[in-house]
Design a protein around this ligand. Structure first.
Ligand code: ADP
Ligand code: ZN
Ligand code: ZN
Length: 760
């Protein structure tokens, strides 16, 4: 923290005396700490009346009294009999960074996800907003008309003239800082010119954003079909009534959900309100953005690749109310719309809506809370809703809106399950079984395009010693190394450690090291050999490192410059290519065999989503799924496009297992460099939790402590435990009863994950 950020700082804090003054104020402050309670400070004389909730302050913390940045979350009058308090040292923001409803939302997140309020605030407010907030002047300067006439009058100094000439030549408004820099002067000449009315400050769009918006053609509304009209009608009811309601829009792939969102948004925009549309980060493609830009005049896009300055600018545009629609990934749920009218979450089932670092919130739950507070509807759209959302709709807590048919009466593609255990080609080591090989050939011959999906990148996912059967693991992680032939290296996909492959087994010194299994690189090679005429494009995080390469690749595929697109989940999401007549899932087992509560659900989602990539045009299409478990329920239901059947089956299993969505789970992960100490800490905390189960909390289960499925990650040992209860509130109560009594060894870290999605 540099001193220049303190706007109202003063060098010495006079020790505040406990006086019976009536007008003494107390500020409640939270810090970026995993503790839930606010600290109270006295507001010293020079700051009285200026400190508000939502502003940042500097305040002394702990025994060392080090000044630490915190967020003021409330100001209240002094209560008689209160003990002497430390004082706030500095006020860092002239205005609150968040309004009261956003403060309440962040407080709720801390409570719901068992982390500190300050941790939530620190993560939710963009860095650019925090940094620039002291100098809110984002106005740019431009010249008034007719200024050319005064340019040569002797009333101007050389520097003032210089400033005017730069603005004239530039022909657009410039931010003050940039103007001064280019004119090589301080703020003096600029201020004088402003006072004399020769230049004026105005709000302008930055170059980047203006350019994005420009080349989008506006598009006519589609003529909605009956199914869409009926869905829209259900959604408009709470919008018109000004009520909160969560609507689960269950519509098969290609049923035209986006058009329904757009019409609903149109309605709230007509009231002068704003809508937020959340999509998975990977779906924030130019195509998606264009779909909204072509229908609304001001659309802001928030994604994770933005610079702090861009994000700050967007944030302010949104806060000013000029934006109609905010389209963004997970964190856009915090967009500071002044009059929110609707939140839409598309592809509601996507795991990326859950943040996997503190605060580990799920955007769907945050959106639900925000919509409840602001009395507006929430739409969750998916062809494969999460069982959490599905159960809520079944219990009539949320409203189910169904769109079971594709637009224009197009059928869902037939899905063929291929048993890999008896495949003659695969027995010879190929990854494309006989049926897959034939189907690709047929599709290409008919000038159709093909998508092949494989969820393993690299060349071979296993490095194995044939003599002793040992699989080679990363020295830092409990993770198999993957062979990347193009780099001649074995790589850990968790920590990115890479090294050249060993010439002999580290366990038995045998030279019989083999690379087993198929990743996208090996598949790429096999496909090119099998279909030498075809133009093949591989899409995974190795081949798509350059920014923009992902969009460019999809464009090439769309233009028909590529026949076979193969890759990881990057290609399974939301793409709409009418000429795709075959989709192949190379290995459905990779998902199915994960030691994860949601393995079946993810497998079902994957097959349904990839099936959604074909049969979108007039030409129809089909899907081939290779698996060694053709009788698995998830695979079978998916092949019949039977979400209802799958949900019923899987919910019954979860119910029997007392698993989510029938229970609430908090996972506590312990990490440390020392295996024993980490294990002991985890066990001690588990014991404390078990002992604290009294009264109402007796019904809770504490599972573990036990080694985490990945017991070592980035050189740290990992142990975990789980608290399972009927409700989140019960789980929270047990954790809170124990958390404040915990003292951890210095080298053991703890993270709490409520509703964990990641089983590692
Ligand atoms: P979903 O999101 O449900 O998978 P989309 O919203 O992407 O489906 O729609 C699939 C395709 O159908 C898109 O190309 C869209 O333009 C088209 N579409 C949607 N509604 C209609 C309609 N009423 N008439 C004609 N085409 C439509
Ligand atoms: Zn060996
Ligand atoms: Zn590693």
């Amino acid at each position: 923290m540099t001193t220049q950020q303190g706007m109202f700082g003063f060098a010495e804090t006079p020790e505040w005396q406990q006086a019976a003054q009536e007008d003494v104020q107390i500020a409640d402050v939270v810090f970026n700490l995993p503790l839930e309670r606010p600290y109270s400070y006295a507001v010293p004389e020079p700051l009285r009346g200026r400190v508000q909730a939502g502003q940042r302050v500097l305040a002394p913390l702990g025994r060392s009294n080090r000044s630490v940045v915190g967020y003021c979350v409330g100001v209240r009058p002094f209560e008689k009999g209160q003990r002497a308090l430390k004082s706030i040292t500095e006020l860092l923001d002239a205005e609150p960074l968040l309004d009261s409803s956003m403060l309440e939302l962040t407080r709720w997140i801390g409570e719901r996800y068992l982390c500190g309020w300050g941790q939530v605030l620190d993560s939710v407010i963009p860095a650019g907003v925090r940094r620039k907030s002291g100098t809110r002047e984002i106005n740019a300067l431009s010249i008034v008309e007719g200024v050319e006439d005064v340019l040569n009058t002797p009333r101007l100094t050389r520097q003032q003239k210089n400033v005017l000439e730069i603005l004239l030549k530039e022909g657009r408004p410039l931010p003050a800082a940039e103007l001064c820099e280019r004119a090589g002067c301080g703020p003096g000449p600029v201020n004088t010119l402003r006072k004399r009315g020769l230049i004026v400050a105005e709000r302008v769009r930055t170059e980047v954003a203006a350019a994005e918006q420009r080349d989008v053609e506006t598009q006519e509304d589609l003529l909605m079909n009956d199914q869409q009209l009926k869905a829209l009608e259900q959604i408009l009811r709470p919008i018109r009534a000004g009520e909160y309601e969560t609507l689960l829009l269950h519509g098969v792939t290609g049923s035209g959900k986006t058009e329904v969102y757009i019409r609903a948004i149109r309605e709230v925009v007509s009231y002068g309100r704003q809508a937020i549309v959340l999509v998975p980060e990977i779906s924030l493609t130019p195509q998606t953005i264009r779909r909204f830009r072509s229908r609304f005049s001001s659309v802001a896009v928030l994604h994770s690749h933005m610079t702090d300055a861009e994000r700050h600018w967007q944030w302010q545009q949104i806060a000013s109310g000029e934006i109609q629609v905010v389209v963004g990934a997970r964190s856009a749920v915090f967009a500071p719309t002044p009059h929110l009218g609707l939140i839409v979450i598309d592809e509601e089932h996507e795991p990326s809506f859950k943040q996997d670092s503190t605060p580990r919130y799920h955007a769907r739950e945050v959106a639900r809370k925000r919509c409840q507070d602001e009395k507006v509807p929430l739409i969750l759209g998916s062809a494969t809703p999460t069982l959490e959302s599905w159960l809520r709709a079944q219990r009539r807590l949320d409203t189910l809106v169904s769109m079971p048919h594709r637009v224009a009466g197009r059928p869902l593609p037939p899905v063929v399950i291929v048993d890999t255990r008896s495949d003659p080609r695969m027995a010879r080591g190929y990854s494309l079984g006989r049926a897959m090989f034939t189907a690709i050939g047929t599709a290409l011959k008919a000038n159709g395009q093909v998508i092949l999906f494989l969820n393993l990148r690299g060349y071979s996912p296993v490095v194995w010693c044939r003599s002793c059967g040992t699989g080679l693991k990363c020295p830092n992680c409990d993770i198999s190394m993957t062979w990347h032939r193009d780099r001649a290296a074995i790589v850990c996909h968790s920590c990115d450690y890479s090294t050249s492959p060993p010439s002999q087994c580290p366990s038995c010194q045998s030279p019989a090291i083999r690379f087993l299994g198929t990743g996208t690189q090996k598949l790429d090679e096999e496909v090119q050999k099998a279909f030498p005429e075809a133009r093949v494009l591989r899409m995974d995080s190795d081949s798509m490192k350059k920014p923009g390469s992902h969009d460019e690749a999809l464009d090439r595929f769309r233009r028909g410059e590529v026949d076979i697109l193969l890759g990881t989940q990057m290609i399974a999401k939301g793409l709409d290519f009418p000429n795709v007549t075959l989709v192949g899932v190379i290995d459905a087992d990779t998902m199915l065999r994960q030691p994860d509560l949601r393995a079946a659900e993810r497998t079902f989602q994957l097959i349904a989503q990839v099936a959604g990539r074909t049969g979108r045009g007039e030409r129809g299409g089909r899907v081939l799924v290779q698996t060694s478990s053709p009788d698995d329920k998830a695979v079978k239901f998916a092949s019949k496009h039977d979400f209802l059947g799958f949900a019923q089956h899987e919910l019954a299993e979860r119910h029997d297992a007392m698993a989510p969505p029938f229970t609430a789970v908090a996972r506590v992960i312990f990490r440390g460099p020392d295996e024993q100490r980490t294990r002991q800490t985890a066990i001690a905390v588990a014991d404390k939790l078990k002992a604290a189960r009294q009264g109402e909390l007796q019904s809770l289960r504490v599972l573990g402590a036990a080694p985490a499925p990945v017991v070592r990650l980035r050189n740290l040992w990992r142990f975990h435990l789980q608290i399972v209860g009927k409700t989140h509130e019960l789980v929270r109560q047990l954790w809170m009863a124990v958390e404040s009594t915990l003292t951890l060894p210095d080298d053991v870290e703890l993270a709490v994950d409520v509703d964990p999605m990641n089983a590692r």
